[in-house]
Structure formats: C-alpha cells, structure tokens
Design a protein around this ligand. Structure first.
Ligand SMILES: Cc1cc2nc3c(=O)[nH]c(=O)nc-3n(C[C@H](O)[C@H](O)[C@H](O)COP(=O)(O)OP(=O)(O)OC[C@H]3O[C@@H](n4cnc5c(N)ncnc54)[C@H](O)[C@@H]3O)c2cc1C
Length: 344
C-alpha cells in the first residue's frame, strides 16, 4: 500500500492532522490500535480556546458550563461567564463522529491494528508494510514514532481519575453540576485536581508531575483527597494515564510528532486536547507547505517550558497555586489569565 500521508493514532492530534490534510486534497491513512478509540482516561475538560477548534455541529458531544470553581486550601473562587466558559467532552462520541466525517472526506482508516515500527518511509502495521511520503506520529504519550526518532519520553505528568455515577455521591455534594479545579501544593505538587460533571456521572481526578516514586505519591494523594471530600471510590471506575508535555522537537525530515507524542500538553493542568488538535493541524501544514514553520507550535512549547520552570521551584509554585483562587476572584484578572494561559 502507498499513501501521501500516514497518521498514527486517531486521538485529537491525529484527527486535527487528518482534517487539515483532507481539506487540502491529500490522501491519508489513519492507523489506530483500538477498535473503538476515544475511551482513554481523560477528564475531557476544554477551555474556551480549545473549544474554538470544535465545529459547532458536533456540539452534542459536549456539556457546556458557564461557571467554574477554583479551590485551594486557603481560597475559593467562582468564575462566571455569560457564555460557555468550559465544556466537558464525551470523547468516545466525539471521536466516532469525527472519524465518520474524515471517512466521508476520503480518509482510509485502519482500526484495531498497532503501528509496530517505522523503517525509512515505511510504516509497519500488523504484518503489513505501508509506504508513505509523510508520517505523522499522533500516537499519544507513549509514542512509537517518538521512540523511532530517538527522542526521550514526552511524559511529564501522571494522572488518575475516578468515574462515578452522581447517584453514588452521598450527602449534599455541591459540585455535582459545576466543574471545579483544585490547587493544593501539598497534595498535587504543581499539578491539580478536578471534578467535572458529565451526564449522570462525575469525573474526579488529579495529576502530578512525574517525579521519583510518583506512582505511589499519586495514588496516596488521590485516596487522601477522595477521603477528604467524602467520596467512596468502590462504587466507580478508576483509570490512570500519563500526559505528554515534554517538548523536545517535533520533526525529523518527513516524520512529524503532534499532540502528546510531541509533548504539547500543558505541564501544569495536563490540558492537552486543544493543544493536540492545533498541533495536528500545524504539523500537517508544515508537512505540506514548503517554507512554513509554525509560530503556534513555537509559542506553545516556549510557554509550557516557562510555566513548568516557574512552578517547579517549590516555594514559588506553592505560593502561586495555593493563592490562585484569591487572584481569580477578580473577573478581569481571571479573563486575562485564561486568555494568556490558554490561547494558542
Ligand atoms: C487522567 C487524564 C485526564 C486528562 N484530562 C484532560 C482534560 O480534562 N482536558 C484536556 O484537555 N486534556 C486532558 N488530558 C490530556 C489529554 O487526554 C491528552 O493531552 C490528549 O488526549 C492528547 O491527544 P493525542 O491525540 O495527542 O493523544 P491520545 O488522545 O492519547 O491519542 C493517541 C491515539 O493513538 C493510538 N495509538 C497509540 N499507540 C499507537 C500505535 N502504536 N499504533 C496505532 N495507534 C496507536 C491510541 O490508541 C490513541 O487513540 C488528560 C489526560 C489524562 C491521562
């Protein structure tokens, strides 16, 4: 088989890249290891900028919220907006709708087969060799394509999440319908916790930076936090995952990395869906337009590196994160932080 472009991975990065290429008349093949992709451990929370990459007619995959609570051990702020402030995605539904749409535009899609390796311009999928001029690695934080390029792991954050039906939450738990994020340097270091309502369920999780014995720390912080907020995890489903936020380059010749494979997620909040979609589009542009060098990708990687550096200094990180809700009480400050933080 021969293609102009092969994309490994049908997550948001692969979908973003495929959409751009198909809109520009390029024949693509998407290779995805899962039969039903999109069902990964993920809070599914999208802020305003990420939402701008989502077509309106696919809005049914998202639950929109006009209010967000930001909570630390010392302060709490409710950020209100008259339009959708953030949304929580049903990623499985969004992925299946997007893949159907890409197929209508002419994409070939192989589901349930893993890209095993790359050799020059050839991608080995199962037992089949596929020749391609452009190869895009959109295969998440444990990227095979990144390994092939010899770039160190992208993983900078590890995360855990409980998905639990609201009916199993006892008492007057006032965050059942309002998304909320938690900063607490003692519990999550320079990561954060979240409670996102979606349908009849809540997604409750936290992410911390990848440190020595991080897995143990993550599990104990999570258990302690659930206990603090009075939630019994035995009634729900616990999922874990890692997040690719270490950017160390995204291109070697005709091979490109997007999304978590490229390390484009935020090292602070672990937010990576919007970054994956836009980085997919941008690497597709670089792959097909001769002198194009993406300013957006440079900005993303520079900004994430800078925030990571500032917050990883323990005293500074603890001060900024623990006092974040205090400053976010001011609507103009909250708007400017969000504009600065999450505009790509
Ligand atoms: C617990 C948790 C909570 C999170 N919460 C949020 C959140 O609330 N908001 C947010 O914006 N981000 C969140 N993230 C981060 C977000 O999930 C990722 O940044 C985003 O999914 C990255 O998209 P991607 O397309 O790069 O990779 P992925 O979504 O990981 O997609 C990669 C795809 O490639 C496939 N694949 C992998 N290897 C191969 C292979 N060898 N061959 C073929 N296919 C392969 C996978 O099956 C997958 O479908 C969270 C992450 C975790 C772990």
């Amino acid at each position: 088989m021969k293609y102009h472009a092969v994309i490994i991975g049908a997550g948001p990065a692969g979908i973003g890249a495929a959409n751009y290429l198909l809109n520009h008349g390029i024949k693509v093949l998407i290779v995805e290891k899962d039969i039903k992709p999109g069902n990964k451990a993920c809070g599914g929370g999208l802020t305003e900028s990420a939402l701008s990459f989502i077509d309106d007619d696919i809005a049914s995959c998202f639950e929109h919220h006009k209010k967000l609570k930001v909570i630390s051990p010392y302060f709490s702020a409710a950020i209100n907006s008259d339009k959708s402030y953030m949304a929580v995605a049903d990623r499985t539904l969004w992925t299946s709708k997007m893949l159907a749409r890409l197929q209508d535009k002419g994409a070939d899609i192989i589901l349930g087969k893993r890209c095993r390796s790359i050799n020059g311009n050839t991608v080995l999928v199962g037992d089949e060799s596929i020749l391609s001029e452009i190869i895009i690695g959109a295969d998440g934080p444990n990227s095979v394509v990144r390994k092939h390029l010899g770039i160190n792991s992208a993983i900078g954050v590890i995360a855990i999440q409980l998905v639990i039906k609201k009916e199993h939450i006892k008492g007057s738990f006032d965050l059942k319908n309002t998304p909320s994020v938690y900063f607490d340097f003692n519990k999550f270091l320079n990561g954060y916790g979240w409670i996102f309502p979606v349908g009849d369920s809540l997604k409750i999780g936290c992410g911390i930076p990848l440190v020595k014995n991080g897995g143990k720390l993550l599990n104990s912080s999570f258990d302690l936090w659930l206990k603090d907020i009075g939630i019994d995890s035995s009634k729900g489903r616990v999922q874990g995952g890692s997040i690719g936020c270490k950017y160390l380059g995204h291109r070697r010749d005709n091979i490109f990395l997007a999304g978590d494979a490229g390390g484009f997620a935020s090292p602070v909040t672990g937010e990576g869906i919007g970054q994956a979609i836009i980085s997919g589009e941008e690497v597709a542009k670089e792959a097909t337009q001769k002198n194009y060098s993406s300013k957006i990708l440079k900005k993303l990687s520079r900004y994430h590196r800078k925030t990571d550096h500032i917050l990883s200094q323990p005293e500074v990180g603890a001060f900024i994160l623990n006092s974040a809700p205090f400053f976010l009480k001011s609507p103009s400050f909250a708007a400017s932080v969000l504009r600065r933080y999450s505009s790509f």
